[in-house]
Design a protein around this ligand. Structure first.
Ligand SMILES: CC(=O)[C@@H](O)[C@H](O)COP(=O)(O)O
Ligand SMILES: NCC(=O)COP(=O)(O)O
Length: 238
């Protein structure tokens, strides 16, 4: 069964919209774990407009599951935060500062040397590393030469195309996953996964280790409640 890591950036975004402490991000992290989430994901952006660096430090104190911190290591303060937090996993994402949300994976061919160096830093500290990649077989093959433990397949294209033809939508991901397996890379996935497209993704990529889901899961929780929603998503991953 793949692990469900709940991305709580959206909770912080809602809180920040009023400047107070409602909803309380820390309590939501505690509750997600209580309701069955097997991990908590945060993506602190340089401007801290979603989750803040102080939230990450607070969450570290209560985390009982896998802690996954996402971000761009070109930001020195991000690297320092990860080294201080020593999470279960760091997921490296090549987002520009101020970017609305993540929209592409690493060019693992052009950035190979840079990735090798920074991945080495995190791994020497005992932190598992995953890197965000598009479902392109050459990018996955080159990812294997960076020393990363895992890749996170960027699933926005899958999610967008799933309603039209799920078999076409999944095809590049099946190829990418098979290259990853050949190279002994663990496979995570994320971005725009939801309660409709998740089960088919998991069935098609049986070696999937973890998904990180935020936007759709938090939106569903408005209708079904957080506990039911987490259970619904976990069932899709069996
Ligand atoms: C890495 C990724 O796929 C993103 O979905 C990201 O983690 C979401 O972050 P935001 O909630 O800040 O858009
Ligand atoms: N790594 C992807 C993630 O954490 C959440 O993405 P989304 O579900 O908010 O699109």
């Amino acid at each position: 069964m793949a692990k469900l890591s709940v991305n709580i950036n959206k909770i912080a975004t809602l809180r920040n919209s009023r400047g107070g402490d409602n909803p309380n991000v820390l309590q939501v992290a505690i509750d997600c774990q209580q309701f069955g989430a097997e991990g908590i994901t945060v993506h602190p952006r340089p401007d801290e407009r979603h989750i803040r660096y102080s939230d990450v430090r607070d969450i570290k104190k209560i985390i009982t599951t896998e802690f996954n911190i996402e971000g761009n290591p070109l930001e020195d303060k991000f690297v320092a935060l990860v080294m201080e937090m020593k999470p279960t996993q760091v997921t490296l994402v090549p987002d520009a500062p101020g970017q609305l949300t993540s929209n592409h994976g690493w060019d693992t061919i052009k950035e190979k040397k840079y990735l090798q160096d920074i991945i080495g830093v995190f791994k020497a500290a005992g932190i598992r590393v995953s890197i965000f990649v598009d479902p392109i077989t050459q990018m996955v093959a080159a990812a294997a030469e960076t020393g990363t433990d895992r890749i996170e397949l960027y699933t926005e294209d899958y999610a967008r195309n799933y309603p039209y033809n799920k078999h076409d939508a999944i095809a590049p991901y099946i190829k990418a996953a098979s290259v990853a397996l050949t190279h002994n890379l663990g496979i995570n996935a994320g971005h725009d996964l939801d309660r409709h497209n998740l089960a088919f993704f998991k069935q098609s990529i049986p070696n999937l280790l973890e998904v990180s889901i935020g936007h759709a899961l938090i939106a569903d929780a408005l209708y079904y409640g957080l506990e039911n929603t987490i259970q619904l998503y976990r069932r899709a991953l069996k």
